[in-house]
Design a protein around this ligand. Structure first.
Ligand code: EPU
Length: 434
C-alpha cells in the first residue's frame, strides 16, 4: 500500500491547475447508459473512481475508450450493445457512486440489478430516496441477496419530493426521468454545480430538463436520447483543498481552471480568517499573510459550506488563533481525521456532530492513517505545516479523487513523495478502529 512522506515547513508558491470534477464525471459517465450513441466526455480526471466506473460500464458491455497523449482526459463511451445491466457488489463496495447506474438502466434497459452499497466510513448513507423515487416513477423494486432488482416496461413521469436533499439521488432520478413518459417534477433537489453540469449534458443529448440548480427540476420525458460531446466542470473540492493548503502554509498560490463562484462559501470563510483572496475569472489567488483568525463553520448543501471541505478546514482551524466550532450536518460520522490530527498535536474535541478546535497548537510530524478521501486531504494539509516528517498510510483513499496530487503539490514547493515499500516497524501507523 502506498504512503506519502511529507516534510512540513514550505509555503506553497506558484500556480496549480485544477482537474475536472470527479463528482460531475461519475454521473456524466452513467448518463451515457441512456443512449445507444457515443457520448464524448472531456476534462475527465485521472483518478481511481473514474477507473472503477469504467470497469462498471465495461462489465455491462459498454465500450469505454480512454484518450491518451494530449487527449488523455477525454473518454468516449458507447452503450449500444449492453448485455448485462448489473452493478456487482465487487464494484459497488469500492465506490458507492456506482448506484448512479440504477436510474439510467431501468429507464433505457427496463431492468437493473444493483448491489446495495453497505457500510461507509463517513456515515450510514442509505439509498432509500433513490428507490422511493424510482417506485414513484413506476418501477417495481425488490431486494434480495444484497441486490436491488428494479424493472419497468416504461417509467411514467411523477411528482417526487425528496424528504432530504441528496446529490446522487437527484442525479439518479433526473437521469431516469429523461426517458419517462410525460412530465416529472423533482422537488427539494440538490443544487450542486455537479447536478447542473449533468442537466447540461442531458439536454445536449436531447433531454428536456429545466430548473437544475434550483430546488425544483422539471423533466419532460422523451422517447430517445442521442450522443453528445461535453466538457466536465472543474473540481471545486480539489480547488478548495489547494486553496486551504496555500492559505495555511502562508503561501501565495494561484489556482487556475476553477470557478470562483462555486467556491464562494469557502472563500468568504477564508476571508473571515484573515486570508487575502483575489477572485479573477477562472482563477483564485490566495495570499496567506500573518496569523489566521478562528471562524466557525456549519456544513450544508450547496451553496452552503461543503461537507467535502470540512476535514481540510479542520486542519486550517488547528492553526488559527482561538476556538473554531465545526458542525457537520450532512454525515453523522465524518470526524475520523480529527483523531489523526490530534496525534499530530491538534487540540480537537468531538461533541456529537460538533468538533471544537482550539488553536493555535504546533503540529509535529507523525505516522497517521487516512480513513476516507477528504480525511486524507486534511492530513496532507496538516503535514505541510507540521514540524518534521509525516507519513500518511492508506493513500489509496486520496487516489480515488485527487489527480496526481503529489506532483501538483511538488510543483508549488511542497516536500512530498510517494513510497510503495514497507517501512520499518516503528514508522508504521497504528490501526484505527472503525
Ligand atoms: N441520504 C439518505 N437517503 C438517500 C440518500 C442520501 O438518507 O437515499 C442522506 C445521506 O445519508 C446523507 C445525506 O442524505 O446524510 C446527503 O447525502 P447525499 O445523497 O447528498 O450524498 P451522496 O450523493 O451519496 C455526494 C458526493 C459526496 C458528498 C455528498 C454531499 C458524489 C459521487 N458523492 O454523495 O462526495 O460528500 O454528495 O455533498 O457526488 C466525496 O467526494 O468525498 C464525497 C463523499
Amino acid at each position: 500500500m502506498d504512503k506519502f512522506v511529507i516534510r512540513g515547513g514550505n509555503p506553497l508558491l506558484g500556480t496549480v491547475r485544477i482537474s475536472g470534477a470527479k463528482n460531475a464525471a461519475l454521473p456524466a459517465m452513467a448518463a451515457a447508459l441512456l443512449t445507444e450513441e457515443p457520448v464524448i466526455l472531456e476534462n475527465i480526471p485521472q483518478v481511481r473512481d473514474i477507473e472503477t466506473e469504467r470497469k462498471l460500464l465495461s462489465a455491462m458491455g459498454a465500450e469505454v475508450e480512454l484518450g491518451y497523449g494530449r487527449a488523455q482526459h477525454r473518454t468516449t463511451i458507447c452503450c449500444r450493445d449492453l448485455v448485462n445491466p448489473e452493478a456487482s457488489y465487487e464494484l459497488v463496495k469500492t465506490m458507492r457512486a456506482s448506484t448512479l447506474v440504477l436510474g439510467p438502466l431501468v429507464a433505457r434497459m427496463k431492468s437493473a440489478r444493483v448491489s446495495l452499497p453497505g457500510g461507509c466510513a463517513i456515515g450510514a448513507r442509505p439509498i432509500d430516496l433513490h428507490i422511493k423515487g424510482l417506485e414513484k416513477l413506476g418501477a417495481k423494486i425488490t431486494q434480495e441477496h444484497g441486490y436491488i432488482q428494479a424493472s419497468a416496461e416504461r417509467l411514467k413521469g411523477a411528482r417526487i419530493v425528496f424528504e432530504k436533499i441528496t446529490v446522487t439521488g437527484t442525479e439518479d432520478l433526473l437521469m431516469a426521468a429523461t426517458l419517462a413518459e410525460g412530465e416529472t417534477v423533482l422537488e427539494n433537489c440538490a443544487r450542486e454545480p455537479e447536478v447542473v453540469d449533468l442537466a447540461v449534458l442531458l439536454n445536449k443529448m436531447g433531454a428536456q430538463v429545466e430548473g437544475a440548480g434550483t430546488q425544483t427540476i422539471r423533466v419532460h420525458g422523451v422517447e430517445k436520447l442521442h450522443g453528445a460531446r461535453h466538457r466536465i466542470i472543474p473540481d471545486l473540492i480539489e480547488a478548495g483543498t489547494f486553496i486551504i493548503a496555500g492559505a495555511l502554509t502562508g503561501g501565495d498560490l494561484t489556482v487556475t481552471s476553477c470557478d470562483p463562484i462555486h467556491l464562494d462559501a469557502l472563500l468568504t470563510k477564508l476571508e473571515d480568517c484573515g486570508v487575502t483572496v483575489h477572485r479573477n475569472g477562472e482563477s483564485v489567488r490566495i495570499v496567506g499573510n500573518g496569523p489566521l483568525k478562528c471562524a466557525d463553520i456549519i456544513t450544508e448543501e450547496y451553496p452552503g459550506f461543503p461537507t467535502d471541505m470540512q476535514a481540510q478546514y479542520m486542519a486550517l482551524a488547528t492553526q488559527a488563533n482561538g476556538t473554531s466550532i465545526i458542525t457537520e450536518n450532512i454525515f453523522e460520522n465524518r470526524f475520523m481525521h480529527a483523531l489523526e490530527l490530534v496525534r499530530m498535536g491538534a487540540n480537537v474535541r468531538i461533541e456529537g456532530s460538533r468538533a471544537v478546535v482550539r488553536g493555535r497548537t504546533a503540529l509535529s510530524g507523525a505516522a497517521v492513517q487516512a480513513s476516507d478521501l477528504r480525511a486524507s486531504a486534511s492530513l496532507v494539509i496538516a503535514a505541510l505545516v507540521a514540524d518534521g516528517e509525516t507519513i500518511i498510510d492508506r493513500v489509496y483513499h486520496i487516489d480515488r479523487g485527487y489527480e496526481h496530487i503529489e506532483e501538483k503539490l511538488k510543483g508549488v514547493g511542497a516536500q512530498i513523495r510517494r513510497i510503495g515499500e514497507l517501512l520499518p516497524r516503528r514508522m508504521t501507523a497504528p490501526a484505527v478502529a472503525s
